[in-house]
Design a protein around this ligand. Structure first.
Ligand code: GAL
Length: 669
């Protein structure tokens, strides 16, 4: 297992390095990330490079058998560069330019910034070319941020020209006849800066795509340099879980693997049970999303290891929590974990963002906990690397859909990520392993696919879904699907547009509900236990073509009309949920859909706080039991296993206790 921390030797006197690094080695660390914010120390003056200090740190690390991931330092331009070229900074929606003092303030389209970034990366690449202790690279740090500067404007117009070829085509696709917005010259097209009214939704969506592509092409500049010098070393970037400012599928494509930064929100986690549960599920969902970006295992490049905080200090991870997060990550597909950060800084913006050690630099409770994990991983870590995930259920997502809903949520209570999570949460609670994958992914391996709110639709997507259903797949699609084409223009066909024949329905009318308003509904399908409940946010009023009715509204002027349907298509079936039912109703539908499609739970435990994740390796099952609660959990084992952490055998039928915040890893014998 790749196990370590994010280390900033430049923040500490050199005399201290050896002690720090020895302590890291004692904790079982075998990898650290270095230098991702160290530009001013690596190039103190333009063209004057100083890598000696980094070489010395790397040498001591290597002597302690700790390998290095080097971060390219481009998230924090040095002051001399900022002073010379203030235009490298981003401009906000109101036209105000950012300036030196923070981080990540640069514009990805600034040709000056691109040029200077390439130079420092090239120097690093040349210098570390033959250094065997550097095993890979992290490009920049957590890409993201919108910009409305002149360079972006120029590049946006170029991007549009490439996409639409002619202005005539752009005018047609965007519907610029509306409000007299027809363009007669490419130079008339604006960036969507702040106005009194909203911009054209097609322009807004293309702008989001353009910004995303800008970071992707900025990343490529660096990748191209590093690949040339380092064809045999890995390149990654640290992603941000549920952040949706960039199309992460595209950003991940040229990388060897995805790494991400996991900062679970501990606020109220210990006191408020339901909030705590939400947070835990959010972490699992983020891991699954990250694994789905390349459909391969990932790393956690920054794992919370102390109380976070800039101006305020947030709760401290209580005993056992860091260990539990570590195994939760491994269970969901992490092949590497690095804790952020080694030692809490004495100065700078993040002086209260605590790491493993406090500023005092002595052993902490958190260090001891991590050292224990290090010991465990030294004995079982190699078994836990490269685990495979069973592929029975997928939930589909796309950044285009998220951006389109960001521009027009349709209903003030509708939040795409929350809608998505409401289905994930149920499956997670039943310990059903879920792949979160792109809407373009090959679905042939899955039994059940959930496609929440496919607002934008195109033929390729419809074909992918039809292929899946035809071959005995069970598909669930939810409301606000099939509404628009890929340019964010509403389709002419009756809803759900291109999905009509797959779903065998027509949405003849809809009702967007005011906040707090609920509508009653009933599940009436013979295969599902009859159940009355409620829904909110949105009500599609459905006329069935070939589909059968699963649920009907029991209130309002559409009382008796269909709201949930099922349509046989080829050998499979497509279910449409035309509203946002309460969790109980969703559970009922999902329970039936999972049973019907033969989807299995990793382990049918009935405790909300016990997460069980099934993985596989070399044909053997491996079960992670993660007790997120403060109480013991007991389970009866369905087969004989060896528990890896205690190296203890459990016979079939025996009762295993998982202590509060405890972890058990069972290996099939
Ligand atoms: C991450 C970032 C780190 C550090 C941490 C705590 O997002 O990558 O450099 O800033 O947050 O704020």
């Amino acid at each position: 297992m790749n196990f370590g921390c994010d280390y900033y030797p430049e923040h500490w006197p050199e005399e201290r390095w050896t002690k720090d690094i020895q302590m890291m080695a004692e904790a079982g660390f075998n990898v650290v990330r270095l230098a991702e914010f160290a530009w001013s120390k690596l190039e103190p003056e333009e063209g004057q490079y100083d890598f000696d200090w980094l070489d010395r740190a790397i040498k001591i690390l290597a002597e302690n058998r700790i390998r290095i991931i080097l971060g390219t330092p481009t998230a924090t331009p040095p002051a001399w560069l900022a002073r010379q070229y203030p235009t490298i900074f981003r401009v906000d929606e109101k036209g105000i330019r950012s300036s030196f003092g923070g981080r990540r303030g640069y514009c990805p389209n600034s040709s000056i910034y691109r040029d200077y970034s390439q130079r420092i990366v090239l120097e690093l690449a040349k210098h570390y070319k033959n250094n065997e202790n550097v095993i890979g690279w992290q490009i920049d740090n957590e890409f993201g941020g919108l910009c409305y500067c002149k360079s972006c404007l120029k590049e946006f117009r170029k991007w549009l020209k490439e996409k639409y070829s002619t202005l005539e085509q752009l005018n047609k696709e965007w519907g610029t006849i509306f409000w007299s917005q027809t363009y007669t010259d490419w130079d008339e097209i604006p960036l969507p800066r702040q106005l009194d009214t909203a911009h054209n939704p097609s322009l807004l969506l293309d702008y989001r795509r353009f910004i995303s592509d800008s970071y992707i092409s900025y990343q490529k500049l660096q990748i191209d340099i590093l690949r040339k010098s380092y064809p045999h070393k890995f390149i990654t970037h640290n992603f941000m879980g549920l952040f949706n400012g960039i199309d992460y599928y595209k950003l991940a494509e040229p990388l060897d693997f995805v790494a991400w930064d996991n900062y679970p929100n501990l606020k109220s986690m210990e006191e408020n049970k339901s909030l705590a549960n939400e947070n835990i599920v959010k972490v699992s969902l983020s891991h699954d999303l990250m694994r789905g970006l390349k459909r391969q295992n990932f790393w956690v490049m920054e794992e919370e290891s102390g109380p976070p905080g800039w101006e305020y200090v947030e709760p401290t991870p209580p005993p056992g929590r860091i260990r539990l997060w570590t195994y939760q990550a491994i269970a969901h597909g992490a092949d590497g974990i690095l804790y952020f950060r080694w030692r809490t800084s004495r100065f700078g913006t993040e002086q209260f963002w605590h790491g493993i050690l406090d500023q005092a630099g002595v052993t902490t409770r958190r260090y001891e906990e991590i050292r224990k994990v290090g010991q465990e991983l030294q004995s079982v870590g190699s078994k836990l690397i490269g685990l495979e995930f069973p592929q029975e259920v997928a939930i589909l997502t796309s950044y285009d859909e998220q951006w389109a809903f960001g521009i027009q949520p349709n209903n003030p209570q509708f939040n795409y990520q929350e809608h998505f999570a409401s289905y994930y949460r149920i499956l997670n609670r039943w310990n059903i392993p879920v792949d979160v994958v792109s809407i373009r992914a090959d679905l042939s391996k899955y039994k059940l696919v959930i496609a929440p709110a496919l607002f934008l639709i195109n033929d390729e997507l419809v074909e992918n879904l039809k292929e899946f259903v035809k071959k005995d797949g069970t598909l669930i699609i939810t409301f606000r699907s099939g509404v628009k084409n890929w340019n964010n223009v509403v389709l002419e066909e009756p809803l759900p547009g291109k999905l009509n024949d797959l779903l065998g329905i027509e949405v003849v009318e809809y009702d967007s509900l005011p906040s707090q308003q609920k509508c009653k509904l009933k599940l009436i399908y013979p295969e599902i236990e009859p159940l009355s409940g409620e829904c909110n946010i949105w009500c599609d009023i459905i006329k069935c073509g070939g589909a059968e009715v699963i649920g009907r509204y029991a209130q309002s002027y559409y009382k008796g009309e269909a709201c949930v349907t099922i349509n046989r298509f080829g050998q499979g079936c497509a279910i449409y949920i035309g509203t946002n039912p309460s969790p109980e109703i969703k559970e009922s539908i999902l329970k039936w859909a999972t049973e019907k499609s033969g989807v299995r739970s990793s382990f049918p435990a009935d405790s909300k706080d016990l997460e069980v994740v099934l993985r596989r390796k070399e044909g053997k099952n491996c079960l992670f039991f993660l007790n997120h609660s403060g109480e013991d959990n007991h389970v009866k084992l369905d087969s004989a296993y060896v528990e890896l952490l205690e190296n203890r055998k459990y016979a079939k039928g025996s009762i295993m206790t998982i202590e509060p915040k405890g972890v058990k890893i069972l290996w099939e014998t």
